[in-house]
Design a protein. Structure first.
Length: 394
């Protein structure tokens, strides 16, 4: 299935105002998603929040099958969470770590996740093991297999890191981890909406994702996937009267599906907006989206490689829609600001968010340009020309 670029841009109001190469930060939403979100907020203002939720009950319940379809899960394995970090936290902190338990992760891991490993290790005596990279700069599968032992409690990696185009071999990791009988937590913050995701093939027990990045949903939205057969007995670290029922003076019962990870209070307009965004991704087809994004990203890398002083910094045997690079002798933050003055949005990834990876490669920070389906070849030309002009003007 091919994508209708003219229609995609016409359905994305932001395209008329900015050249947006920051999908890995927050994508431009479609008018359909925007309208669905705003319409519910207006309904809340007109008839009341509780009443609006009652009126939209069927649409709100439709969130679960829409997300499940997108990632190959069952509706009961999906919980709405306000962002990817909190979804990840709810999975990770609900595990009962003890002294000597081992947490295996990768060098490209995200700072928020690694801080959580450090905190749990400090409090419980668990051990953090960083599996080395292979020659492609992705997790070394043979080293992972050797690192797994009877003390391994969890394998936790980011599918696509914040600081580059690397796509970790999540499915191959899953096979190794599943064969070892160890829990597998996948941070899919960047990958859901960018590429086809099938949690059954990947074999993860938990998957966390956000709405604002490649799904093109509202900010303040995300979800957690919890595989029924391996996580049903894991009780969330937080419970309220949505996640559990108060059954007696000294008794409560946790609800059986992934909604046990949710809060009673949530961003109802965001739930609807994220459902619509998921529906649109499903309608377009993730294979078609992935093909389009890889073509755009490869084209951008080819253009940047021709600029004097620019070094591409993406790793991996498979590279996705995030393109990172360094400009010799440049202040990347200043370049980002100068581009924004020309209505071109990019980002900068620093050691703050990816210390193990960037520090080991001697990179203080990298510029990040992340494409989405609404971007055009002409926009890539304009961006590279603007960047080249700024570099020459220094």
């Amino acid at each position: 299935m091919s994508l209708d670029l003219a229609r995609l841009r016409a359905e994305t109001p932001g395209c008329a105002h900015v050249l947006h190469l920051n999908a890995a930060g927050s994508s431009l939403p479609t008018k359909r998603t925007l309208d669905a979100t705003l319409d519910h907020l207006k309904l809340e203002a007109e008839i009341g929040g509780y009443e609006a939720a009652d009126q939209a009950r069927d649409v709100l319940e439709g969130f679960y099958p829409s997300i499940a379809r997108l990632i190959g899960a069952e509706p009961g394995e999906i919980g709405f969470i306000e962002n990817a970090t909190r979804a990840w936290d709810l999975a990770f902190y609900s595990l009962d770590f003890k002294p000597g338990d081992r947490i295996l992760t990768c060098r490209s891991e995200y700072s928020s996740n690694y801080i959580s490993y450090l905190q749990v290790a400090k409090k419980t005596g668990a051990e953090i093991v960083v599996v080395p990279d292979d020659k492609h700069g992705q997790i070394d599968l043979a080293a992972l297999e050797r690192a797994l032992d009877k003390h391994t409690k969890l394998v936790s990696i980011s599918h696509i890191p914040t600081q580059g185009g690397l796509v970790q071999p999540a499915e191959a990791v899953g096979k190794i981890v599943n064969d070892a009988g160890v829990l597998y937590l996948l941070d899919a913050c960047q990958s859901v909406g960018m590429m086809p995701i099938d949690v059954r093939k990947i074999g993860c027990d938990f998957l966390s994702a956000t709405g604002r990045k490649y799904m093109r949903g509202p900010r303040g939205t995300g979800f957690l996937y919890a595989r029924t057969r391996s996580t049903a007995q894991i009780e969330p670290i937080f419970l309220d009267n949505h996640a559990a029922r108060w059954t007696g003076d000294r008794e409560y019962k946790v609800i059986p599906d992934a909604k046990r990870f949710e809060n009673w209070e949530r961003y109802f307009a965001g739930v609807i907006g994220l459902k619509v965004a998921a529906d649109q991704a499903n309608e377009l087809g993730m294979e078609a989206i992935w093909a389009r994004l890889r073509a755009l990203a490869d084209g951008l890398r080819a253009r940047l490689a021709k600029l004097e002083g620019v070094t591409l910094t993406d790793l991996g045997a498979v590279k996705g829609a995030i393109v990172t690079f360094a400009v010799a002798g440049a202040d990347h933050a200043a370049l980002k600001a100068a581009l924004r003055a020309e209505k071109i949005n990019v980002s900068v990834s620093t050691q703050f968010s990816s210390r193990l990876d960037l520090e080991s490669r001697g990179l203080k920070d990298v510029m990040r340009a992340s494409v989405h389906v609404y971007n055009t070849e002409d926009e890539l030309d304009r961006f590279v020309a603007a960047l080249g002009a700024l570099c020459k003007a220094r």
